[in-house]
Ligand binder design. Sequence first.
Ligand SMILES: Nc1ncnc2c1ncn2[C@@H]1O[C@H](COP(=O)(O)OP(=O)(O)OP(=O)(O)O)[C@@H](O)[C@H]1O
Ligand SMILES: [Mg+2]
Length: 328
Amino acid sequence: MQASTASAPLIEVRHLKRYFGSKDRPVRAVDDVSFAIHPGETLGLVGESGSGKSTIGRTVLRLLERTDGQVLYRGDDIAALSGERMRQLRSKLQIIFQDPYASLNPKMRINAILGEALSTHGLAKGPGERERRIAELLQTVGLRPEHASRFPHEFSGGQRQRIGVARALAVEPEFIVADEPLSALDVSIQSQVINLLADLRERLGLTMLFISHDLDVVEYLCDRVVVLYLGRVMEVATTAELFARPLHPYTQALLAASPKPDPLIVSEAVPLKGDIPSPIAPPSGCVFRTRCPHAIAACAQTVPTLDEESPGRFTACSRKDLRIALAS
Ligand SMILES: Nc1ncnc2c1ncn2[C@@H]1O[C@H](COP(=O)(O)OP(=O)(O)OP(=O)(O)O)[C@@H](O)[C@H]1O
Ligand SMILES: [Mg+2]
């Protein structure tokens, strides 16, 4: 399905903050993040470990309450929805977890796991209908109907992740957060799950927030990308633009750290050194400045705004002179 950024967003995140811990020394896991996801679009969320990706994914689904800001679903603030409206919305919003081993109840057979998802939202009336839907779901994710009577441990990691996908699909969602759905899998089976997600997106027109630190997968699967660092957005661009010409020094460093199979493409950016600072005491001004090869004194003074460089393309770097040099 062709994603259209001209249409009204399905999900809109506005100035989202999620802090953890004490009020006087909070962990600023997500600090003023804004982005939109349009119907049919797959938006990638990338950034090093601890940058706040999972916290955003969970807050968007209201599995975690926000500290400040808004999450709009078709224009409605989900935090303001009543219990009943939120219950109805739950079926439209689903999550696929990182760990297919931990996210399935080992004591339940597959038909019970999928059946539970179906009946929670009243989607299968009667046992015949239920059985038919389960068989259909298994087929959708490339498993066989007879797999329904098995337990999770009787499957491989890739098959288990397919069951996780089938469970998310059981409720006919509009929007899925996939939080590192591949990282627990062997490289050999990762591509099967990637292809499954790509195929489902085409066939079902799913809208997806795809969280990953594997840039190759993001490049393959996503329409647009949000680059996150220490709970803040550094850059937003279409996948093609981001990979062809990253504007933010952090994005440049991330791409430099992820070597291309083509040895003729030599990146001039320096890979990142050192660890991500603590979100309890983030650097003043630009949070990336302590690791940025281009930082100047002014970068410690003001928090850069997320500026629109070209239509739909945003970067949060005060060094405009740098961008002029890069573009030429
Ligand atoms: N429940 C919590 N209590 C306190 N701090 C938390 C909690 N959950 C997350 N954090 C902190 O918030 C920050 C962001 O965490 P988050 O899990 O969102 O990062 P991530 O980008 O998903 O990382 P990874 O790539 O490792 O999954 C981290 O510094 C983390 O330690
Ligand atoms: Mg995470």
